[in-house]
Design a binder for this molecule. Structure first.
Ligand SMILES: [Zn+2]
Length: 294
């Protein structure tokens, strides 16, 4: 198995960890992400998968960072059963390393809001937003869980990008305190987190999801629960893209017909859909028919 997520519990605490190297690599290839966008999108997708692991099957989550920085909006959609897609507005953002000698994800994201929307399928989607704290993604999602969902959490995310822009490792963890956690558990956990090394360092050392959990939960007896396979997947199709054409103004549609063809790119996954002049003319005819029928 390549990418997967593991759930574990101990008294008063639940922990999820994920290895996401392949799916982050696929997103980076599909969107031609430079290293900062690779890290930002990879962390956001991994975070979304960890947060989605709290949901029931069929439920999904959207995490979006709308900052004023040069990367634009970062969005990731993840489902409880392990599918994710994600992208950034400007995948080619390029900034000098930050003062710690690291990719300046925070500088690329800037100030703004992180919004998390849950789709339960039954009720209206539930949405909450908090101010972006550092723009480094993990801290912001930790803050979101605390402020918006009242769940004290600690989220760690890491994406390792090589000099050839390839993703050599990606993953993360999410620790959540349950209301029944006793004081000893809380203080031992705080000690663990104080001395914890960055996730990037763990995944660079080849730690798998179980080993990440063992490292962050040192001194705790963990019970490992389910394992979920993870992969990149987009729900787009030519039919869905056609709906986008139907939503265009008549003038814009006419321009495409006059161009004799159109190539429309799904911004979630980078898949390109080609429409011939005949297909476009047919859509225009249908639109005119609908107009005439009004
Ligand atoms: Zn797509």
């Amino acid at each position: 198995m390549s990418d997967y997520l593991v759930k574990a519990i101990t008294a008063g605490v639940r922990v999820y960890a994920a290895v996401t190297t392949d799916l982050v690599g696929e997103a980076v290839r599909r969107h031609d992400c430079y290293p900062i966008a690779a890290a930002a999108v990879g962390r956001t997708m991994t975070g979304a998968l960890l947060m989605a692991a709290n949901l029931k099957n069929e439920e999904a989550i959207t995490v979006s960072f709308r900052g004023n920085g040069p990367i634009g909006t970062i969005t990731a959609d993840a489902t409880a059963d392990g599918y994710v897609r994600g992208y950034a507005g400007n995948p080619h953002v390029n900034l000098p390393l930050n003062e710690n000698g690291k990719l300046d994800v925070g500088g690329a994201v800037g100030q703004g809001l992180v919004t998390v929307t849950r789709f339960t399928g039954l009720k209206e989607p539930m949405s909450g937003s908090v101010e972006i704290v550092t723009g480094e993604i993990a801290e912001d999602l930790t803050q979101y869980m605390f402020a918006s969902e009242q769940t004290p959490s600690s989220i760690g995310l890491g994406v390792l990008v090589e000099s050839d822009f390839k993703v050599s490792a990606a993953g993360g963890f999410m620790i959540q305190l349950m209301p029944d956690a006793d004081e000893e558990t809380v203080s031992r956990l705080e000690e663990n987190l104080k001395s914890l090394r960055p996730v990037t360092s763990m995944i660079a050392d080849g730690l798998d999801a179980e080993a990440i959990i063992k490292e962050v939960m040192q001194g705790f007896e963990m019970e490992f629960l389910s394992t979920t396979e993870l992969s990149f997947r987009c729900q787009c199709s030519k039919e869905r893209i056609e709906d986008v054409l139907f939503s265009l103004s008549r003038a814009d549609l006419k321009t495409l017909v006059d161009d004799g063809q159109a190539e429309i790119c799904c911004h979630f996954c980078g898949e390109k859909y080609h429409f011939t002049g005949e297909e476009l003319a047919h859509i225009l005819k249908l639109v005119d028919g609908l107009e005439a029928g009004k």
